[in-house]
Design a protein around this ligand. Structure first.
Ligand code: NAP
Length: 383
């Protein structure tokens, strides 16, 4: 590498599970796993509601910070804080990673933007579309970068899949996509856990739903022939969990009438069963199908089965395309964010605000049809 890489300085809020995965990926060597090394990450501050938890988080996950600090590019140690506000106001922070529970996303993101920081906001971006609309307008008015952290969009696998479908026409005209993301949380956590607790936005839809949806968004909504037309005919059903009102099983279908004779997405999530490991996403076309194995959020291969029209199930050839993932795979998203900020962009073309607004409007409608009402006051903005 001849030119000096761009260093992005991250402040982390919420010292929980996904924040740990995220910072551990920021430590990875940015020249490995097909990465260009043109951007490098630093972790300069971590905020938690408890300063002791923030200190332990740094000790356990990123004692030196990110790769920029480990490699001597930025001689700044990560600072631990017992409040999120200290991270927003830290002079050595460019961007805030919001890794808190769903109902906190709106206020954490708003506070970060108001303090003049860029934001990478964990999924689901907010509890509803109205909340994200306020954040989007605030980020635009302050010329700050804001993106929902849909990391799956940034995997090399995802770009290769799009090439196979749209450029190579590997399975001909796409007719249907089926995707499921299910993890049996009810058998492993108690009712206070964020997945089961309505006051923490619990249930399958908001937590797992972004991942079956991302495949429909990439393959059908962003299909070049769809011209970014929103899906029609959204039909949803929810099975509730006990007395809490959160969703145990949720499934929904959506149509994309601009594609061929009409293409359909059949999507589902559950917190009462586990997805099968062999195939969680299936894209079916006139000349075959593409299968993606577990995990819906993080596949490391896809399988193309080519066949003649009408012969799909009986007679096909199979190709396996593998994309090994080093770490968790969150570094590709982090690199894309760093390039946007380096280049003065306020949105990612790969994950624009419009896609988050559409996602949230789909979730709003599924909750309306399924009768999932959040506890009073949980949503900070409503239409
Ligand atoms: N991209 C992905 O694949 C992925 C994977 C998992 C989760 N997520 C998303 O990331 C977010 C966090 O998930 P997680 O699994 O990391 O959850 P977690 O382990 O429970 O961590 C969430 C953190 O939120 C903070 N928090 C703020 N207000 C809270 C409250 N009232 N109750 C509990 N915690 C509160 C806590 O941090 P402090 O105690 O340090 O303040 C807590 O550690 C969720 O929105 C989830 O959808 C994304």
């Amino acid at each position: 590498m001849t030119t000096k890489p761009f260093v992005l300085k991250w402040g982390i809020v919420g010292a929980g599970r996904i924040s740990g995965f995220f910072v551990r990926d920021l430590i990875l060597d940015p020249t490995k796993s097909g990465r260009d090394g043109d951007v490098v990450h630093a972790v300069t501050a971590v905020g938690s509601r408890s300063s002791q938890k923030a200190e332990e988080f740094i000790k356990d996950n990123c004692p030196q910070g990110g790769f920029a600090q480990q490699s001597g590019l930025l001689p700044v140690a990560p600072a631990a804080f017992g409040s999120y506000a200290d991270v927003y106001n830290h002079p050595d922070v460019d961007i805030i990673y919001v890794g808190t529970t769903h109902p906190s996303h709106y206020e954490d993101c708003k506070n970060a933007l108001e303090a003049g920081k860029h934001v990478l906001l964990e999924k689901p971006a907010t509890l509803n579309k109205a909340e994200f609309k306020v954040l989007s307008e605030l980020a635009q008015s302050k010329k700050l970068f804001l993106m929902e952290a849909v990391w799956t969009r940034f995997f090399p696998l995802t770009f290769a899949l799009e090439k196979a479908l749209f450029e190579d026409q590997a399975i001909g005209e796409i007719r249907r996509l089926v995707s499921d993301f299910s993890i049996s949380f009810i058998d492993v956590v108690d009712d206070t856990h964020r997945m089961l607790n309505p006051s923490l936005g619990g249930g399958g839809l908001l937590d797992l739903g972004p991942y079956p949806l991302v495949w429909a968004m990439l393959v059908l909504y962003r299909h070049p022939k769809n011209n970014l037309n929103p899906p029609t005919n959204l039909v949803a059903a929810m099975t509730k969990f006990g007395e809490t009102g959160i969703d145990l099983h949720t499934s929904w279908s959506m149509d994309f009438p601009n594609l061929g004779p009409g293409a359909r997405a059949n999507l589902s999530v559950s917190i009462g069963v586990n997805s099968p490991k062999d195939v969680v996403t299936r894209i079916q076309g006139t000349h075959g199908e593409i299968l993606l194995p577990w995990a819906t959020a993080r596949p490391d291969k896809f399988i193309i089965r080519r066949s003649q029209p009408g012969r799909g199930a009986q007679d096909y050839t199979e190709e396996v395309h593998e994309f090994p993932i080093i770490g968790q795979g969150l570094h590709w998203e982090a690199d894309a964010v760093a390039r946007c900020i380096r280049d003065g962009k306020t949105e990612s073309e790969r994950m624009p605000h419009a896609d988050t607004l559409l996602t949230m409007s789909i979730f709003d409608e599924i909750r309306r049809q399924g009768g999932y009402v959040y506890p009073e006051g949980l949503e900070k903005v409503t239409l």
